[in-house]
Design a protein around this ligand. Structure first.
Ligand code: ADP
Ligand code: ASP
Ligand code: MG
Length: 411
């Protein structure tokens, strides 16, 4: 007996059958004696369609109106789920993010939650309702509807679990849990039973979109344990928790992939203070996020500086940097799309050597060229040609023995 937050993603509520399945699970959880708060995403494809529609209406819709529009996807789905629960004899009510008491800052399209006042949720729970909250949204102090970034219903669920001091938070999705790689790319990827917040955070940041990275960050900060599991089958999923002592035994937990990247290289940058600062201030002033950055050592008084960014921000970065190349006295700039990032992640890397050499060797044997390398304490990332990404993922996954039980495959 306790309070359980269950989040259902877009594919889980993507059609009438899926919604009925969700309603049955909510009711079964309630009848097992729990208080239940559901968080739902928009039906699969709805958010993308609304974005497309907005772009047909206006080349540059304001972010305020985009938020007002996109929030309707989750509002519709939450009302339908409440109806589905009521239709099978349960008692449910839906709430928008604002009605659920989710207060955010005013940064439209990527608002941050400032606090949650769950008074209405608590009152409804006390009246025995299953409370269905529209994910991905909140309200600014000025009363405008805001959204929490793509995939933001995960954040709604984790933040509500923290605010309500829930006994459990379950993230239901279209896979059995977090896998050792995206199962769409590596079919023999295996489900991970238990993962540390830090590993999942690195994975999400490196492109494994099974959980929104801001949601994992929030869970880590507020110590929210949660489970990622299937909405189609009743099997245990992946439990994400603070790090436990035995977790370092596994060296590489997973391979993460990020497509749609672009790479910019500025050659012959004078090796003197201030040049990198000028390059990256121009880019950050335009709100463009840069990912991997690498600079060659200077032996001739100049260096080559490379970085990656999302391909949608490539054109703007190229336009801003072109005049700067001659201004700072650099030789040239080359810029390409069609690249992708592959990362191996595992907290065991802190205490085990040899991961980089194994990764580079397996990619070399497969004839995959590495264009850039970056590392963190628990991750090694490489940039490769996007056309070679799937093959690179498959050979890397095999080289680290991730398809077999990890205890026997890794030191
Ligand atoms: P939801 O709509 O439920 O939020 P998402 O599409 O956001 O679901 O996330 C689930 C998808 O994440 C899966 O269908 C899978 O293709 C993808 N995915 C990427 N990397 C992984 C991984 N390491 N483990 C599991 N799923 C992954
Ligand atoms: N519907 C939103 C999206 O597609 C939020 C979510 O699904 O979590 O990004
Ligand atoms: Mg998602």
């Amino acid at each position: 007996m306790g309070l359980i937050v269950q989040k259902y993603g877009g594919t889980s509520v993507g059609n009438v059958d899926g919604m009925r399945r969700v309603a049955e699970r909510l009711l079964a959880t309630k009848r097992a004696g729990h208080e239940v708060v559901a968080v739902v995403s928009a039906m699969a494809g709805v958010t993308d369609n609304l974005i497309k529609l907005a772009r047909e209406i206006s080349a540059q819709p304001t972010e305020r109106e985009m938020d007002a529009l996109l929030a309707t996807g989750e509002q519709g789905a939450s009302a339908l789920i409440a109806m589905a629960v009521n239709a099978i004899g349960g008692k449910a009510v839906s709430l928008s993010g604002a009605a659920a008491g989710i207060v955010t800052d005013g940064v439209h399209t990527k608002a941050k939650i400032s606090h949650i006042s769950p008074r209405q949720i608590n009152e409804l729970l006390a009246e025995d309702y299953i409370v269905v909250v529209a994910g991905f949204q909140g309200q600014s102090r000025e009363g405008a509807i805001t959204t929490l970034g793509r995939g933001g219903s995960d954040l709604t669920a984790i933040a509500l679990a923290a605010a309500l001091k829930a006994d459990d938070c379950q993230i239901f999705t279209d896979v059995d849990g977090v896998h050792t790689c995206d199962p769409r790319v590596v079919p023999d990827a295996s489900k991970i039973d238990e993962i540390a917040h830090d590993e999942l955070l690195e994975m999400a940041g490196a492109g494994s979109k099974v959980m929104q990275s801001r949601a994992v960050e929030f869970a880590k900060k507020f110590g929210v344990g949660f489970e990622v599991r299937s909405s189609m089958k009743d099997v245990p999923g992946t439990r994400a928790t603070a790090e436990a002592p035995n977790m370092e035994d596994v060296v590489v937990r997973a391979v993460s992939l990020e497509r749609n990247q672009a790479k910019v290289t500025i050659c012959g940058v004078p090796d003197r203070p201030g040049c990198a600062g000028r390059i990256f201030s121009v880019i950050s002033a335009a709100n463009v996020s840069v990912d991997m950055i690498a600079q060659s050592a200077s032996t001739t008084g100049t260096t080559d500086l490379s970085f990656t960014l999302h391909k949608d921000e490539f054109a703007i970065a190229e336009k801003l940097l072109a005049p700067l190349v001659s201004e700072i006295g650099a030789a040239a700039m080359t810029a390409t799309t069609g690249v992708a990032k592959l990362s191996v992640v595992g907290i065991g890397m802190r205490s085990h050597a040899g991961v980089a050499s194994r990764l580079f060797a397996c990619l070399g044997e497969a004839g995959v060229n590495i264009q850039l390398i970056s590392t963190s304490e628990i991750k090694i990332a490489v940039v490769v040609d996007e056309a070679e990404l799937d093959r690179a993922a498959q050979v890397t996954h095999a080289a680290f023995g991730l398809a077999t039980p990890r205890s026997s495959a890794q030191p």
